[in-house]
Design a protein around this ligand. Structure first.
Ligand code: ATP
Length: 240
């Protein structure tokens, strides 16, 4: 069964088409990567999934419900999680407070939430920084805090927009094992520019170019497709 399906989803800004008739389907438990060159429409596409942007046309079906007209908070309450720019929203909260706030969205009781916060901080590698103010964290640690806030809500689908940007090599390794760890229980949709992360983590890849789906397939098929190489991967990837 699929957790998410889009039907002919499109977005225009002032007559310019940013996302053009995109229909994809993500099965339960899959790690799906969404890749494509800058300006391909990836962020615009996921913004329509989570309700930050209203689609010009098309539908979003999440967990068998047509959520196309739902506000973002209702989609979150139904089990859609995504990372957001926490530090601009809660710069004065400590790491622990910010994750606890996110945990409260669906924790059954307070003790359960406290345990879950401690566990997630440990898993993302922020346990030692739990009393640091979010706004004082390094950029990489801010990204990990966003990830912790997403994971702690135990969403059915977790949408991550460039989660490894600004992370060190060690933090990227930790990120990869974390995602492998939560996959299965959680379906993951990952926008990512780091090709080694994509190729190692993704079960299946959707490639966008100029607002459209250019190609879909398993990592090996994406690697070998001439159209994808031309549009996106280019010399840098072929050489890697
Ligand atoms: N609010 C907006 N108003 C007008 N145009 C926009 C808006 N948001 C995005 N666009 C345009 O839509 C197109 C797709 O942008 P988008 O950010 O979705 O691409 P992307 O694939 O996420 O790129 P990147 O990898 O650089 O983040 C771009 O041409 C962009 O300029």
């Amino acid at each position: 069964m699929s957790i998410l399906r889009t039907e002919n989803l499109s977005k225009e800004f002032d007559g310019l088409v940013s996302v053009d008739d995109v229909s994809i389907e993500i099965p339960n438990g899959q790690i799906r990567a969404l890749i494509g060159p800058n300006g391909a429409g990836k962020t615009t596409f996921v913004s329509m999934l989570c309700g930050r942007l209203k689609a010009t046309s098309g539908r979003v079906i999440f967990d068998s419900c047509n959520v196309s007209d739902w506000p973002a908070h209702r989609r979150i309450a139904t089990g859609m999680g995504y990372t957001f720019q926490i530090t601009s929203i809660f710069p004065d909260m400590t790491v622990q407070q910010a994750v606890a706030l996110a945990a409260r969205r669906n924790a059954k009781d307070k003790r359960c939430a406290v345990r879950r916060v401690a566990n997630v901080l440990q898993r993302v590698g922020l346990a030692d920084l739990r009393d640091i103010t979010a706004g004082d964290l390094s950029y990489g640690h801010q990204r990990l805090l966003e990830l912790a806030m997403g994971i702690v809500q135990q969403p059915k689908l977790l949408i991550l927009d460039e989660p490894t940007q600004g992370l060190s090599d060690d933090e990227i390794e930790n990120f990869k094992s974390l995602i492998r760890d939560i996959a299965g229980d959680t379906t993951v949709l990952l926008i990512e520019h780091n090709m080694s992360v994509v190729m190692e983590l993704a079960d299946f890849i959707t490639v966008m170019d100029a607002g459209r789906v250019l190609f879909e397939g398993v990592p090996q098929a994406v690697k070998e497709d001439a159209g994808v190489q031309k549009a996106y991967l280019g010399a840098a990837y072929v050489a890697a």
